[in-house]
Structure formats: C-alpha cells, structure tokens
Design a protein around this ligand. Structure first.
Ligand code: UDP
Length: 328
C-alpha cells in the first residue's frame, strides 16, 4: 500500500516507517521537523517537509503519491505542557487533524490509522483498562486526542472514512536506526539511561506515596517495534470497518523503581536516584488490556521483557550519544 505517515520523523513515526518499508509498503513521511528529525527517516522512504495546516501541500502530496492510507502520528504529546498551553494542543492535535481529514476527503482517501493515547481514559476506574471503559481525560492532551477520535466516528458515518484508533500506553525501546530523542526529554526510560551514562546527574522519582506495590507509579511499557507492528496490522481492516484498540503488554506493568532497577542490571552502571513530589496528572497505575487487538488482528508483543526493551534503548543511546544532533 502507498501510505502517508504524518509525524514520520518522530520517535514512533520513524519506527512505523521502517516497518512499513520492511513489509514492502511505500511510505511517504510528512513532517514539519518542528520536533522530528530528518535523520530518523530511513532512506527508502520519501520525505515531504511541510505542516499539516498547509492544506494545499497536504492535498498535493496525497494526490502526487496516489496515497491509499494515512497513518496520522503528528501531534504534541506532553501532558504538563498541554495544561499550560491548551491552545497549542487543540490547534496541533485537533484543528490540524481536521485539516488532514479535509484533504483526505478531497482526494478520496478513506483509510486512516490514528495515534491515540491511554490519556483518553483519565484516572481509570479499574485495571487492566479495556476499550469499553469510560473515557474521561484529565488534561488537554487527552481531551484533544479524544475529541479527534470522536470526530472520526462522525466522519465515518457521513463520509465513509474507516479508521483504527490506537490508544498507546508507554512506548519505549529502539531499533538500530531509530530511538527516542526529545528536547527536553521527559520520558522515564531515556532519563534513567542518561543518568546511567552520566549525561544527567540523577533521576527524580515523581512521588513514592502512591497506592502501589512500592509506592511509585506503575506503567505498561511496550516496545516501539511491537507498537509499530500494530499499525501495519490495522491497515488490513480499513477496507471494511473501523476500530479502537488499546496497545500495551498488560500483566502487572512495572513501577518506576522497577524500571530503574532493570536499567541498573542492563547497563551495569550506578544510577543516582532522588525522590521528588508527584507530577500533576499522573494516575497511580495504567495497564492496558490488549485482548481486543490480539483476538481481532492476531497482534502479539514479541518484546515484552522490560530488560529487552531497556537494552534496545541503551544500545541506541550508546550508538547516538547526542541523539540525532548534527544529523538533521
Ligand atoms: N517519571 C519519574 N521521573 C521522571 C520521568 C517520569 O518518576 O523523570 C515517572 C512518571 O511519573 C510516570 C512514569 O515515570 O509515572 C512514566 O512517565 P513517562 O513520562 O515516561 O510516561 P507517561 O506515563 O507520562 O506517558
């Protein structure tokens, strides 16, 4: 299939692009590079540097490359920032998304895979979280993603769009070529590995008084390649139907302290730790039930072991000590 990947120069998007090419699809990455990295896009993919708000370029790209499906990953994704700057999140995650849907309608592209998030659930009422559970976001990031998901339902109804909305839990890990490089970095695993490498003085645990097994927050970490595979599988349903799927590994998840301990074992290095205040908006536990995508699409995570996930991130970090810096 000829697939447009918006945000394909970002962390998850670059891995999705790699997997598309590996499976024999054609990938056109559409990215403004406002946060993505040109060097993250593998050579075999085509690349268009443009903004989603630029409707003319968007439409021309869909037409010129005869795009058959879109994987829409371009977004802002920081909870704390979204609380401080909701306008940015509604504009970049919702308005820009609607602009994409308009361009798709105008060019008769009816297949969409959308990067959604566990943040659509807000403070969960039970674990593991199922797709039928209530959605009640507690921040503008989750709200903007949920609002777009809801729009998709009505666009399907009126315009024949089919979509797969994938609610990610905690993406982590790397491939040989693509890894996590954010500025500033806010995610736990790269922060812990930076502390191991000595490029950061310590890791601050955001709260150790949660009602969990060791007092720190528990999350469901999923290898970015397993996540990417789910996007490729989801393309298969889009001729016939739409669906919402959770994506995590399930089980008991891992606490912040367990992540730090696993990183100590993987790296063999000392990781200085401090305990700080809770980060606003962090639920104590977020664990996915991914039974639905397993049974409907046959998806299975191949790299569930946290040490395997951390090892891949560590290998990438050692090969790219400055991230993509200088390789734009
Ligand atoms: N966390 C932490 N210290 C950090 C970064 C994250 O204790 O420097 C915690 C955070 O509170 C959360 C977990 O690690 O419970 C995962 O956070 P991350 O930002 O990686 O992902 P999120 O769960 O917010 O999507």
């Amino acid at each position: 299939m000829r697939v447009l990947v918006t945000g394909g120069a970002g962390y998850i998007g670059s891995v999705v692009t790699e997997e598309l090419i590996k499976d024999g699809h054609e990938a056109v990455v559409y990215d403004s590079l406002y946060k993505g990295h040109r060097a993250a896009v593998i050579e075999e993919a085509k690349f268009v540097e443009a903004d989603l708000m630029d409707g003319a370029t968007l439409k021309a790209t869909l037409e010129e490359h005869a795009i058959e499906a879109v994987i829409h990953m371009a977004a802002d994704s920081l909870v704390g920032e979204s609380v401080e700057q909701p306008a940015k999140y509604y504009r970049n995650n919702m308005v820009a998304g609607l602009n994409l849907l308009d361009a798709m309608r105008e060019t008769s592209v009816t297949r969409l895979v959308f990067s959604s998030t566990a943040a659509t659930y807000g403070e969960p009422l039970k674990q593991p979280i199922e797709e039928t559970d209530a959605t009640a976001p507690t921040n503008p990031y989750g709200e903007s993603k949920l609002a777009f998901e809801r729009a998709l339902k009505w666009y399907e109804n009126a315009y024949g769009l089919h979509y797969a909305s994938l609610r990610y839990f905690n993406a982590a890990g790397a491939t040989e070529h693509c890894g996590e490089s954010h500025d500033p970095e806010t995610h736990l695993i790269p922060i812990v590995l930076e502390a191991a490498a000595g490029t950061r003085s310590s890791v601050t645990i955001y709260g150790d008084d949660y009602p969990t097994r060791d007092g720190t927050c528990v999350r469901d970490y999923i290898h970015v390649v397993d996540l990417a595979r789910a996007h490729i599988l989801s393309l298969n349903i889009l001729d016939e139907r739409s669906a919402i799927y959770n994506l995590g590994c399930g089980g008991d998840g891992y606490s912040v302290r367990e992540v730090i301990e696993a990183a100590r074992e993987v790296t063999g290095l000392n990781i200085p730790v401090e305990t700080g205040a809770r980060r606003p908006g962090d639920p104590a536990v977020l664990i996915a039930s991914s039974d639905k995508i397993k049974s409907e699409l046959g998806w299975q995570p191949a790299m569930q072991d946290l040490k395997v996930i951390i090892q891949s991130a560590w290998a990438w970090m050692q090969a790219h000590p400055k991230g993509y810096e200088g390789k734009r």
